[in-house]
Design a binder for this molecule. Sequence first.
Ligand SMILES: NC(=O)c1ccc[n+]([C@@H]2O[C@H](COP(=O)([O-])OP(=O)(O)OC[C@H]3O[C@@H](n4cnc5c(N)ncnc54)[C@H](O)[C@@H]3O)[C@@H](O)[C@H]2O)c1
Length: 366
Amino acid sequence: MFRRVRLAPSTDLPLAASLRVDSCNTPDHLQIPALKYHVREKTEEESLAVLVVGGAGYIGSHAARVLRSRGYDAIIYDNLSTGYRELAEGFDLVVGDIADSAKLAPILRRCDAVMHFAAHAYVGESVTNPKKYYHNNVTAALALLDAVMESRVRRFIFSSTCAVYGNPVKVPITEGNPRQPVNPYGATKLAFENALEAYGRAYGLKYVSFRYFNAAGADDSGSIGEKHEPETHLIPLIFDAIRGKRAALEIFGDDYPTPDGTCIRDYIHVNDLAEAHVLGLEYLTKADSAAMNLGTGQGYSVKEVAAKVEQVTEHKVPIHIGPRRAGDPAELVADPSLAESLLKWRARRSLDDIIRTAWNWAQKAR
Ligand SMILES: NC(=O)c1ccc[n+]([C@@H]2O[C@H](COP(=O)([O-])OP(=O)(O)OC[C@H]3O[C@@H](n4cnc5c(N)ncnc54)[C@H](O)[C@@H]3O)[C@@H](O)[C@H]2O)c1
């Protein structure tokens, strides 16, 4: 069980001067006095507060609920650019941008840790409009990181992606695979991972970069779920085809070197992801920073997912086979063993669970 602790500065140094710098290679005139942290236990009445940045979005809203169910205070910070007020219902929601350090500063003073979900996340758009991606996912995200470093928060969880691997040299993909993104979206996520590594080394920030595979599914309550506009993810697109919102499910190529010719992906339930985030936070109280894959280790082809949707929903899925899309690797499946061993975590929900919960949400959100 996680021991609730709060890190409190033991000196009155201004926080701007409190960053720990590795002294070995730093010239004397650049040395910053080290700020020692002592650990004080929170009283029973106090909960650790986590700033859920991007918590009005799909994955962040699930993480906020799991945090609350584990006894944490979750404060949501979101500019609602792709998020929804209703996904943050029941939470303290601050509407603001991650680039707005002045807005973030007083909120960070109330927090013990940050989970950073906020980003633009459309691969295709990142190719046609890379500026939008570099500005939000790197420049604005660095402003958030600097605001964190100006506060006393030293635990940071980052939503990265398997897109940092690009075309993997080996599947299942381990964290040792070279990180060679093949689109600007993946490149911006890698840039931020690199910043975390450097800040971690230089300033003592503790972080986990979680490289998600394909997030899917919805909370069992049916009150929150996947809501992207436009939608590009497979399962909601299949539902749209079932409900006549689109003529058919467009499959981009059935001539890949996979058993049925369609691309294979690793679908992970959003609440399995959310649970890993809480464990990641707790892991950082006792261990060093890390980057971990979050996936199930099991891949399904597009046709297999469509067939499973037909089985779970008892609806026929109209399918149209189109040409391949540029830049789609045949198979992306995680080796999740690092997260399993470091966090004692394992994705518990099946593809059936993913489809059942997503369908339940899709019908309510109709
Ligand atoms: N959905 C997936 O399958 C998947 C896979 C890999 C990685 N990820 C990453 O997970 C994170 C969450 O993805 P999601 O599917 O929940 O996306 P989402 O669009 O539903 O959520 C992102 C949230 O961040 C907010 N946001 C964006 N820019 C902001 C800014 N500048 N300031 C404040 N808030 C801002 C949006 O309003 C939105 O609520 C993203 O970082 C994404 O890159 C998602």
